[in-house]
Design a protein around this ligand. Structure first.
Ligand SMILES: [Zn+2]
Length: 330
């Protein structure tokens, strides 16, 4: 594939702390040579692993964005052995807008990997992140939460992998992050995600779910900020062991039967709070149809029992929307 048109104002080989930008071409009606500058921070010292920490993949997920801003300001290069690359607002147009999708091309950045240097803005950026930044990395973590639409129990997440060795490394880093739950996920359409791109390169890689509802949750912020440093300790870039309150609970979402999906559009009324223990076949909630007052609500039930790990935050749902996701112990 062709080289990326993206350029960086930082030197990835230099030591010390650099605040700079990735310049991603974005042609407009009034300027054909315009670029969108995406903030990047590189902090390096001595020799050791390279860790990429990113947030703002989805612009309406805030814990990671603020945690990485704080890490960028406070991390002292003298403390490090290795290199830390921080992208606090990776999909910058979406992060500025506070939206999941890009206001430029309406793309979900986390469905654009491995990207395309001749594609739209999100594809060009994804291609750079994959072919240039991931190529530098030993460890990578992309900080997500439930965004505007979902509420999720704070979790460090990896995919269910075929390679047992890579799976063990993923679990070890997720435990080191130190969220209440370490979770292995079978995801709807995992292939074009950043996490899958990192896995294809053999990088020890994680995502996360750290709250949601379109807000910055203070408890989950503390987990995220501590977790980001814990990943650096796990990679040997910072000294000392990861710091935890208690060991994470290892869980998995083993199949799509663990998702409750709305078969029609309507207003979803959940029967349970996030974190409830639920049984297979139990009513998960009801869909209401305001356009048909004579129609009874439609009951939706759980296809599997376990912990209600993720719930719909916004009341109105479309046909095909997951309204609940169940996790079970690994
Ligand atoms: Zn996300």
């Amino acid at each position: 594939m062709a080289a990326s048109p993206v350029t960086a104002t930082v030197d990835f080989a230099a030591r010390g702390k650099q605040f700079g930008h990735l310049r991603v071409p974005h042609s407009r009606n009034d300027h054909g040579w315009a670029v969108i500058p995406i903030p990047i921070v590189v902090i390096a010292n001595g020799t050791g692993a390279t860790v990429l920490l990113s947030a703002g993949n989805h612009g309406d997920e805030y814990e990671g964005q603020v945690a990485l801003l704080d890490l960028a300001r406070t991390l002292d290069p003298g403390q490090l052995q290795g290199r830390v690359i921080l992208l606090p607002a990776m999909h910058f147009p979406a992060a500025l807008a506070g939206t999941r999708l890009s206001p430029l091309d309406n793309r979900d950045f986390n469905r654009c990997f491995p990207g395309d240097p001749f594609g739209s803005f999100a594809f060009v950026l994804a291609h750079y992140v994959d072919s240039v930044l991931l190529a530098l990395c030993d460890f990578q973590m992309d900080l997500h939460s439930g965004g505007t639409g979902m509420d999720i129990i704070a979790s460090a997440c990896g995919h269910v992998l075929d390679d047992a060795g890579q799976q063990a490394k993923t679990l070890a880093m997720a435990d080191a992050f130190g969220a209440p739950i370490t979770l292995l996920l079978r995801e709807v359409n995992a292939g074009p995600t950043l996490l899958a791109a990192a896995e294809r390169r053999g990088i020890v890689a994680l995502s996360s779910e750290l709250g949601g509802g379109g807000r910055l949750n203070p408890d989950n912020y503390r987990i995220t900020r501590r977790g980001a440093e814990n990943v650096l300790r796990h990679a040997g870039v910072l000294e000392g062991p990861p710091r935890h309150d208690r060991p994470p609970r290892r869980m998995t979402v083993p199949s799509l039967d663990h998702y409750v999906i709305a078969p029609e559009a309507g207003i979803f009324q959940a029967d349970h709070r996030l974190g409830a223990d639920v049984r297979k076949g139990e009513v998960a909630g009801r869909l209401h149809f305001i356009e048909k007052p004579d129609r009874a609500p439609l009951e939706l039930s759980y296809g599997a029992g376990g912990l209600l790990w993720c719930t719909r935050h916004v009341g109105r749902v479309q046909a095909g929307d997951p309204v609940a996701v169940i996790a079970v112990d690994l």
